[in-house]
Ligand binder design. Sequence first.
Ligand code: ADP
Ligand code: MG
Length: 379
Amino acid sequence: MIRFESVTKKYPDGTVAVDELDLVAPSGEITVFVGPSGCGKTTSLRMINRMIEPTSGRVWLDDRDTASVPSHELRRGIGYVIQHAGLFPHRTILDNVATVPHLLGVDKKAARERAYELLERVGLPSHFAKRYPAQLSGGQQQRVGVARALAADPPVMLMDEPFSAVDPVVREQLQNLFLQLQAELGKTIVFVTHDIDEAIKLGDKVAVLRVGGRLAQLAPPAELLSRPADAFVAGFVGRDRGYRALGFTVAGSLPLQRERTARLGQPLTQAKEHAEDGWVLVADDDEQPQGWLCLDGLADSALATEVAPDMLNLGGTLAVESGTLREALDAALSSPSGRGVVVDEGGRLLGTVTASQVLSRIEQHRSADGSRQGVEAAP
Ligand code: ADP
Ligand code: MG
């Protein structure tokens, strides 16, 4: 557990970067610090490993006041990842990762073995090991940065905008990798970002900071979206928050319609018999959906052909049965037929659901929440 107790940082020029911060980042969880540029995120993070010393207040690591722990000893148990990975440019990828455990007294061979293992874990096959940082893409360098921070197996990880400098597709891959690793490792993580979507995706708890380093709200992501503490937080979490909040509600058993399917290679006349409102879903022999086929307005001559891949509309997203209301609604809204396709974990068709059916499920959740809040509010 990391605990900020009335922590203030005033820089020599008078800037108050952090103002009376009180906050707990629980063990084994991801706590995200989010807020606009200059609100004191980096300053707060660096006070945990004493790269910056507080002007007043204390930072506790479990039951130890960090001010009483020599900083080199403190940092041994704290991994640190920054935006541009901060790799040693003249050392190979392998040496970049192996250096830390080696410095901590692990023998060279064992340190290198551990480095190979970690590189593989972050998705970098062994042929990358001999390269130098400049020979890697930004996203690959960040993977090395994560591997290096994990090399000493520290219980605590501090991450300062580690995925901000890469393109959105790579960022999403890195975020997913990070969540996977954390599910296995269960580190105590403080993660800094200015991106509210990233905060909501990654955080077990999210601390929203405002300029001047004051805590505006600390809450799990769903609560931040549904109950922002004030106008600043509401503005910062932004539009679409009602829609995004659906991503935290498991859809549960939606009323599914049975959907009759057609097959590729089937005569169109036969496929047409299975169509409803002009659309039929094409699936493979394992009932995995392939796409929608529109049979409205086809000339009789066209009906003489067979169902071919290039006739399919691939517009609809698939919702997994165990997924969220957001996925279910998106499947319905994006489906060209208006019928959202729901599949099981193996990707096999279970049935379809319309947007209005998902919306009535959302309404049910709302009224259930409402009555719960009413009970809470009662004396
Ligand atoms: P963030 O990471 O949220 O963008 P920082 O913690 O880097 O914010 O900075 C918080 C505030 O402190 C900003 O106003 C910044 O300009 C100021 N600041 C940061 N470092 C220093 C410094 N060494 N000296 C003076 N002011 C600083
Ligand atoms: Mg910063």
